[in-house]
Design a protein around this ligand. Structure first.
Ligand code: ACO
Length: 431
């Protein structure tokens, strides 16, 4: 592999195994992150590396997102996420992640028009919603419908695509996911689906399809639209997390975009990944029901004999603060004030944060509120039901997933993802 930083002197690290010394090239990232290229290790020694959960393994070179968890940094294509959330729309950020640059005025207008013109779902596909039980979780419906798009666009699911075909499939998916997401909600509550409107922008259309009914038009509120826009931006990418790695792994077999993203949606569904903001709301509700004794909750979280964790606190990567959490907290205050909602969960959340940040247990372990600590409160205030929280996360994460799938398709390295294992089962046994 060539070192991505040609301005850096080439370095090697030496691994000694018995009397054999193997030289591993050091790969240096743009922000000076270092990795050992161990791809030659097995051929030279017969050894593989063992890294449960890939916690210390870089699976690819990527130009999309940079995270420094120690410093609380998250940048999309070099731009801090806080700046993007303040100054740009979700569609502009999607363009940035997928195509590598913020759109010009004319590119933005063309991109918006493209998304609007592709937001309708084939009528036969709409009928499929009728055959799902209303008890279907919206994530089950969404993942099934996204892979089903492959059936409706067979011309777009070839392993090799022209740039034009690639742009077409990306636009189809970005445009349709909000329609599919809103339809899956409508079906789960047994209400008729609401068609998108041409004159509405991306987030406005989603809220309209979620909350309008055949008899009542949902009144769009600028603060609500803005809050959802920002939540989507803050979730738009997070480099090689579980669902993104899933998208890349599935895509590495040359599976089509719809199939790869559907797999990513399934990975996100798990409570250890996209389901955490739901767990925060459930925890806060229980604390409120229990009388709101925050001191008791903090002590419970610190008690090593008690499995209870303060949900929405701590992060595998961020060990200083989660830059997304700071923005989310601001939005939370704005939205609740605007909507005149006095949510006791918000008061409890703020008191917990204040108490934990002063407590040695949390300070020593570098446990700070993560993005999920306040996002559930905002979604609830907007009227999004708890079982749709992960669907919102999936809509937000879609541009990131697409960007990684595209980056992989365009990379000269076309290796299928295929980790090794250490076999610990039965030794040779004859029947
Ligand atoms: N409450 C109380 N104690 C905690 C918490 C918490 N939320 N998180 C970690 N700790 C403690 C652990 O018990 C451990 O203590 P010890 O050193 O005395 O054994 C120490 O802090 C380190 O914890 P790890 O689990 O090793 O930290 P890791 O980085 O592996 O885990 C994780 C991060 C999974 C996010 C964890 O902090 C957690 O479970 N948090 C609550 C769930 C949550 O909010 N998840 C959402 C993550 S953000 C996202 O996915 C979008």
């Amino acid at each position: 592999m060539n070192n991505p930083r040609s301005d850096q002197p080439s370095e090697t690290a030496k691994i000694t195994i018995g009397d054999k010394v193997v030289s591993c090239p050091v790969v240096t990232g743009v922000e000076n992150e270092k990795a050992l290229d161990i791809s030659g290790l097995r051929n030279q020694t017969g050894y593989v590396t063992y890294d449960e959960g890939y916690a210390n393994t870089a699976s690819c070179l990527s130009s999309i997102t940079f995270i420094d968890g120690e410093k609380g940094i998250l940048r999309y294509r070099g731009i801090p996420v806080e700046e993007l959330a303040e100054k740009r729309s979700f569609i502009e950020v999607a363009h940035l992640l997928i195509f590598g640059h913020l759109p010009s005025v004319s590119e933005k207008s063309a991109f918006s028009k493209l998304l609007t013109s592709n937001c309708m779902i084939h009528d036969n596909m709409v009928k499929l919603f009728d055959n799902l039980p209303s008890s279907s979780h919206p994530m089950a419906t969404l993942s099934a419908m996204v892979v089903t798009l492959s059936a409706y666009y067979p011309e777009l699911i070839k392993p090799e695509m022209s740039a034009e075909e690639m742009n077409k499939i990306i636009a189809e998916l970005l445009a349709k996911i909000r329609t599919l997401a809103a339809y899956s909600y409508k079906k789960s509550i047994g209400e008729p689906i609401i068609y998108p409107k041409r004159e509405y922008k991306y987030v406005e259309n989603f809220l309209h399809m979620m909350f309008s009914t055949p008899v009542d038009e949902y009144p769009l509120d600028k603060e609500v639209v803005d809050a959802l826009e920002k939540i989507l931006i803050l979730h738009a990418d997070h480099e090689q997390n579980c669902s993104t790695s899933t998208v890349r792994l599935v895509g590495s077999s040359k599976a089509n975009l719809f199939a790869s993203i559907s797999a990513g949606i399934c990975a996100l569904w798990g409570p250890l990944h996209g389901g955490a903001n739901q767990a925060v709301i459930e925890m806060l509700e229980e604390i409120v029901r229990d009388g709101g004794d925050v001191k008791k909750v903090i002590e419970k979280a610190k008690d090593k004999n008690n499995p209870f964790l303060l949900m929405g606190f701590g992060h595998r990567i961020y060990k200083n603060f989660d830059p997304r959490a700071k923005v989310i907290k601001g939005i939370c205050d704005t939205v609740l004030t605007k909507l005149g909602i006095n949510d006791p969960c918000l008061e409890v959340a703020k008191t917990i944060e204040e108490a934990a940040l002063k407590d040695d247990f949390f300070i020593q372990r570098k446990l700070y509120p993560n993005v999920d600590f306040y996002s559930g409160i905002i979604l609830r205030a907007i009227g999004i039901p708890t079982n749709m929280f992960t669907v919102i996360f999936a809509m937000g994460r879609l541009p990131g997933w697409i960007a990684h799938w595209k980056e992989q398709c365009e990379s000269p390295n076309k290796k299928i993802g295929r980790p090794r294992q250490i076999y610990v089962g039965a030794p040779l046994t004859h029947i």
